[in-house]
Design a protein around this ligand. Structure first.
Ligand code: BV8
Length: 245
């Protein structure tokens, strides 16, 4: 680690365009459970049981009970030092932040140019996709009562405005993410690099000549592909890099 930190700091300092991709590991220090870690969300629930349109069609109340529980937990969480450093860097015009996280902690930290690739647990949309209800609306009620909630426009069931497995990401988010791979430095932080299309972005960036780096507690499928893989926690490494800039 001794050389890696100054090397990455120098690369970030010299970058006109910096793209940062984040996953659940960035919010771990805030108390938001990750998906695949020891105490991960997926440990207790099978993704196919909860984070798919079929699961919701089968049992909207069960899926909403899971999201209502996550919202109550996330409501008690605040951005940590990793979010704060990324928010500070995002004020630089050439910086883009792409997140897979649906907790909105990057928003709370004041991040500019944020692409929320998988949506937000604090936004809902109409399950029946009525015209006005396809645009997500914010609903930050905790606890949620009378599940499942209803679309205010048509009265049908409302869904969490997140991207489930087997669902396409919003075109504008995919476009923004792909554009952001044209960068000088691509930094992937706190993601298991398993979920696509987000997991493919670091490879796209590298193919375009970006210097690629990863910050994670452990190796991931992306580790062998990046120039620099730093092992450690985002909430410690990012402030350490910021102090070198
Ligand atoms: C789609 C929202 C197509 C809901 C989530 C190839 C190309 C395209 C698609 C696929 C493909 N191969 C397979 C697919 C299908 C699928 C997929 O990727 N499956 C995987 C499992 C193989 N992808 C999709 O279905 C996507 N859709 O491609 O659509 C399409 C096109 C047209 C028409 C129809 C369809 C949609 C994917 C989005 C799924 N939604 N979440 C919700 O959250 O409730 S995924 C879920 O996983 C979260 O969003 C989460 O962010 C994401 C990724 O997980 P991570 O963030 O990485 O979290 P994880 O716990 O796994 O890892 C945490 C990491 O942090 C660990 O590595 C840990 O070591 C580290 N860590 C922990 N603490 C710290 C730390 N690091 C640093 N510091 C710390 N302190």
């Amino acid at each position: 680690m001794s050389e890696a930190l100054p090397t990455l700091a120098a690369r970030i300092k010299g970058a006109r365009r910096l793209t940062i991709l984040t996953g659940a590991g960035v919010s771990a220090a805030s108390g938001v459970p990750t998906f695949r870690g020891r105490d991960g969300l997926w440990r207790r629930y099978r993704p196919e049981d909860l984070a798919t349109p079929d699961a919701f069609a089968r049992d909207p109340r069960l899926v909403w009970e899971w999201y209502a529980w996550r919202r109550e937990l996330i409501a008690t969480c605040r951005p940590n030092a990793a979010h704060d450093v990324i928010a500070a860097w995002s004020r630089n015009p050439g910086c883009r932040v792409l997140t897979q996280n649906v907790d909105d902690l990057h928003l709370q930290a004041g991040t500019y140019e944020l692409v929320r690739m998988h949506g937000s647990v604090w936004e809902l949309s109409c399950w029946e996709r009525c015209a006005p209800g396809t645009t997500p609306w914010r609903d930050t009620r905790v606890p949620m009562t009378n599940l499942p909630p209803r679309c205010p426009h048509c009265g049908c069931i409302a869904r969490p405005a997140v991207v489930w497995f087997g669902e396409a990401l919003r075109a504008q988010d995919v476009d923004a993410a792909v554009r952001a791979t044209a960068c000088d430095v691509f930094l992937t932080v706190g993601t298991s690099a398993l979920v696509y299309p987000a997991a493919g972005l670091v490879h796209d960036a590298r193919q375009q000549g970006a210097f690629t780096a990863e910050i994670n507690l452990e190796d991931t499928p992306a580790s062998a592909a990046v120039e620099l893989a730093l092992h450690g926690s985002a909430e410690q490494i990012l402030p350490a890099i910021a102090r070198l800039l």
